[in-house]
Design a protein around this ligand. Structure first.
Ligand code: SAJ
Length: 399
């Protein structure tokens, strides 16, 4: 028999997960604190942009297997996919996880399985989550199973990676690990790797930290090469021809809601030991300042230059502005009144804060072209279109 499932948090992870499970025949309740999100999903509308997600949500809602609500109800399996941001002091904010666990606790019955997919500091599943459940007299790991199974999907490829990626499953007891692994094996074509909850938490943090540290190296190299008059993109291309070298790409900084945040969870728990990880975060966070200094330097040649920012989202081919260094740079240029700031962002229809223009207009009107995101739409730009323009290309797109 297919289990009934309650998914808490209908964002970039929860909505695809809930919809996918519903199309596999599970009865799914999707829960979100936003009534607007709940209403939109029940009308089969998708509040976020992700390839193929609209089709999946429509099919899940129309089948009657996915119903969105603002309140939790009974189910066999509870999947928590709520945000775990950082506070201004870089400490983890787990209030959404706490609220989700407190909301499901009164509905839990023997034999239920609780899965935490949100990225968390080490010890959250065993400590915070199990602790709240025990306060409700729940025998965690025996009567009710509890496991951490970190999400690993890449925005832009969510539906493919949801099924194909290997998954790490760590229960608070071996029986919990087994119960959660058996659940994922029903719909994941990748391997399901069993471990403890603490190791699963650390594995997720290590994955995103690996990427952050590697990008920090690329960003640092880009600054060093700029001073040395060396083309960093050609440098990386050549260095990566070594069989054991794989340097990632420099850019205007690191954005999104994962890589720019998760390494801080490690730093917060091991402030004296996480020296490289903290430094990498600082290197990536400082890159927008370096780009701004470059633009200021070029803008000083003009009285009132028109500066066209190509791309505002946190990475290529998505519509997501969260933690976006590109957006941050464009806004700061505007606040500094360096000139007329135009933005070309093919993935957004409107943006109250910045004047949005089409690509042709952005190029024609610009004195300075600032490439901030390597969107597919920009890759067709030809060198002759950029003649007589000053180009600052943070993504190596126009080489
Ligand atoms: N970036 C660079 N240079 C690169 C690669 C990325 O500057 O060579 C920048 C991007 O422009 C962006 C940021 O890094 O601003 C993050 O983009 P990303 O594509 O590296 O990662 P996310 O945040 O979209 O998704 C990551 C993924 N983690 C890993 O690849 C290890 C994804 O698998 C995770 O599920 C996701 O974080 C998450 O939710 O944790």
């Amino acid at each position: 028999m297919t289990p009934s499932i309650c998914v808490l948090g209908l964002g970039y992870i929860g909505l695809p997960t809930a919809s996918f499970l519903a199309t596999k025949g599970c009865q799914v309740i999707g829960v979100d604190i936003s009534a607007g999100v709940v209403d939109a999903i029940n009308r089969a509308e998708v509040p976020i942009k992700e390839p193929e997600l609209d089709v999946l949500v429509r099919s899940a809602v129309q089948s009657g297997n996915l119903v969105a609500r603002t309140q939790v109800g009974p189910a066999d399996i509870f999947i928590i996919a709520v945000p775990t941001p950082i506070r201004p002091d870089k400490s983890p904010d787990l209030s959404a996880v706490e609220a989700a666990v407190a909301a499901i606790a009164p509905h839990l019955a023997p034999g239920n399985l609780v899965i935490l997919e949100s990225t968390c500091p080490v010890g959250t599943t065993d400590g915070l989550v199990a602790g709240i459940l025990r306060q409700h007299d729940i025998e965690v790991g025996r009567s009710v199973h509890l496991a951490h199974c970190p999400e690993r999907v890449l925005p832009g490829r969510i539906l493919t990676e949801l099924v194909q990626n290997d998954r790490i499953v760590g229960g608070v007891t071996p029986a919990s690990t087994e119960a959660a692994a058996a659940f994922y094996r029903q719909f994941v074509s990748g391997e399901v790797l069993e471990t403890s909850a603490r190791l699963a938490e650390m594995a997720k943090l290590a994955e995103n930290t690996f990427r952050d540290v590697n990008i920090a190296l690329a960003n640092e190299l880009s600054i060093i090469c700029d001073h040395a008059g060396i083309d960093v993109w050609e440098l990386i291309r050549l260095a990566n021809r070594h069989p054991r070298v794989a340097i990632l790409k420099p850019g205007p900084g690191v954005g999104g809601h994962c890589i720019a945040i998760d390494p801080w969870f490690i730093v917060a728990q091991a402030p004296e030991h996480a020296r490289l990880i903290r430094t990498a975060r600082q290197v990536n966070d400082a890159k927008p300042d370096w780009v701004l200094a470059k633009v200021r330097d070029k803008a000083a040649r003009f009285k009132h230059p028109t500066i066209s920012c190509l791309g505002l989202t946190f990475k290529a081919d998505v519509d997501d502005l969260r933690e976006s260094p590109a957006y941050q740079i464009a806004r700061r240029l505007q606040q500094e009144e360096l000139g007329q700031i135009l933005a070309c962002e093919p993935h957004l229809d409107r943006l109250p804060e910045l004047p949005l223009v089409g690509l042709e207009e952005a190029i024609t009107l610009a004195d300075i072209i600032l490439v901030l995101v390597d969107h597919r739409e920009f890759r067709r730009l030809q060198p002759h279109q950029l003649q007589e323009k000053i180009v600052i290309d943070t993504r190596g797109l126009l080489r």
